[in-house]
Design a protein around this ligand. Structure first.
Ligand SMILES: *Cc1c(COP(=O)(O)O)cnc(C)c1O
Length: 425
């Protein structure tokens, strides 16, 4: 039986987990099965996956439509080098994505995770100017952004425990605060100052929602004005849609809310519906043209072994087909409505502040004296897990990004469980 696996004990012997300080972290929980919106642990206890396993499996875990398609692909072509070869899953995926990507995107470059998707976006921006003979080596980013764990991606992320140890090795970066409406004029002033004093090549940003910064939502008009100034100065605009992409904000991409479109879009996470690791960096014809040359050195010499893995492409293609279906679009609207009702219900509660939501993303801050209760984040996490809901609070921020197919009843259970913490602090 599954409860004899004893995964937690065996895990401790050889495994080193991501984003974990093992000396103070508890044991890892053994998960043996996932289906729809649910995870099952090795003791048979079930949890609603309230964060779609880090915003990946948005159409539900082990979705038969997707797993069948990948299984079929698996029997035909598993892996082949993508330099010099091409294949149907990659071609079909590019054709399907071009229909839903923000206007102007034209070429797609494959990689295998979100960090390398942004890393490639940064390299495209820097080499674009290098190829044009411009002396521009500085990237611009938001202060609290998160773009991944490789060196370029770390450099343009806000400083934190994630990247502090590597600060001396960063690429050159200047940071601006996010536009919040009331500070828009100030941010634009600072931006113009920075552009004057630095040779800025590109601007990387999480459009509208900053996930790792605790689901902070910024001002669309302010972002639009920033992008406008960047475009006027030929600063390459790199939209990191790794978290926001594929329907989470209620539109296919968060950039769809913004008038000024990006030059480059970084994708991963829900791209493959949570089935297989893959990243994708798309760009406009203008960016591509700066690399297109008789001079071999002007090419983008970047390539991961598993680029455009046919299985990952098959998963992504099936995912896009689900995303654009009326049924999935209705699911997204349904969850958006449920969030609205829940927001109205809890907004007057004395423990609730900063409610924000967009599409299927919902977040608020629990107004507690953090010092009085010790590690609030861990207490919240444990309470949610005890009650069969997998949510991963960021500090005192509680957020939901459940799969689109989560039922009304399952959503209600998430909301009820969240309300259950109000009396405990
Ligand atoms: C998760 C994330 C990344 C990094 O993706 P990985 O696949 O974890 O490397 C980059 N940018 C954003 C906005 C993310 O949410």
């Amino acid at each position: 039986m599954e409860d004899k696996l004893n995964l937690a004990e065996r895990d401790k012997k050889h495994l080193w987990h991501p984003l974990t300080q093992h000396k103070i972290a508890g044991d890892a929980l053994g998960i043996t099965k996932a289906k729809g919106a649910r995870l099952y642990d090795e003791n048979g206890k079930e949890y609603i996956d309230g964060i779609s396993s880090w915003y990946t499996c948005v159409y539900g875990h082990c979705n038969d439509f997707i797993t069948d398609r990948v299984a079929m692909q698996m029997k035909n072509l598993d892996q082949v080098v993508f330099s010099g070869f091409t294949h149907l899953p990659a071609v079909e995926l590019s054709e399907a994505l071009i229909k839903i990507l923000p206007e102007g995107q034209q070429k797609m470059f494959f990689n295998d995770n979100g960090s390398t998707a942004t890393e490639i976006g940064i390299k495209m921006a820097l080499q674009y100017h290098h190829n044009l003979g411009n002396d521009r080596k500085v990237m611009l980013a938001f202060e609290e952004g998160f773009h991944g764990d490789t060196f370029g991606a770390m450099s343009v992320s806000g400083l934190s425990v994630y990247n502090g140890a590597f600060q001396d090795h960063f690429i050159a970066v200047k940071r601006i605060p996010v536009p919040k409406g009331e500070n828009n004029a100030e941010v634009l002033e600072l931006l113009k100052q920075l552009i004057k004093e630095n040779n800025i090549a590109g601007f990387i940003y999480e459009p509208l929602v900053q996930g790792a910064a605790a689901m902070k939502i910024h001002d669309a008009d302010g972002l639009n004005q920033i992008l406008k100034v960047c475009k006027e100065n030929d600063i390459v605009c790199v939209a990191d849609e790794v978290m926001t992409g594929f329907g989470k904000t209620g539109k296919y991409f968060a950039s769809d809310y913004i008038e000024i479109k990006p030059d480059i879009v970084c994708m991963s996470k829900a791209l493959t519906a949570g089935l297989l690791p893959m990243g994708l960096t798309s760009c406009t014809q203008k960016i591509y043209n700066a690399f297109y040359s008789e001079d071999i050195a002007k090419g983008l010499f970047h390539g991961h072994t598993y680029s455009a893995n046919p299985l990952a492409c098959a998963a992504a293609l099936a995912g896009v087909e689900l995303l654009v279906s009326p049924e999935m679009q209705n699911n997204i609207k349904r969850i958006e409505n449920l969030h609205q009702i829940f927001a109205a219900k809890i907004k007057e509660h004395p423990k609730v502040t900063n409610i924000r939501h967009l599409g299927i993303i919902f977040a608020f801050d629990l107004d507690v004296e953090m010092e009085r209760y010790g590690n609030v984040r861990n207490q919240l996490f444990e309470y949610f897990m005890e009650n069969g809901v997998y949510l991963r609070p960021l500090g005192n921020t509680i957020y939901i990004t459940a799969p689109y197919i989560t039922s009304d009843k399952e959503m209600q259970k998430i909301y009820d469980t969240i309300e259950g913490v109000f009396d405990r602090f």
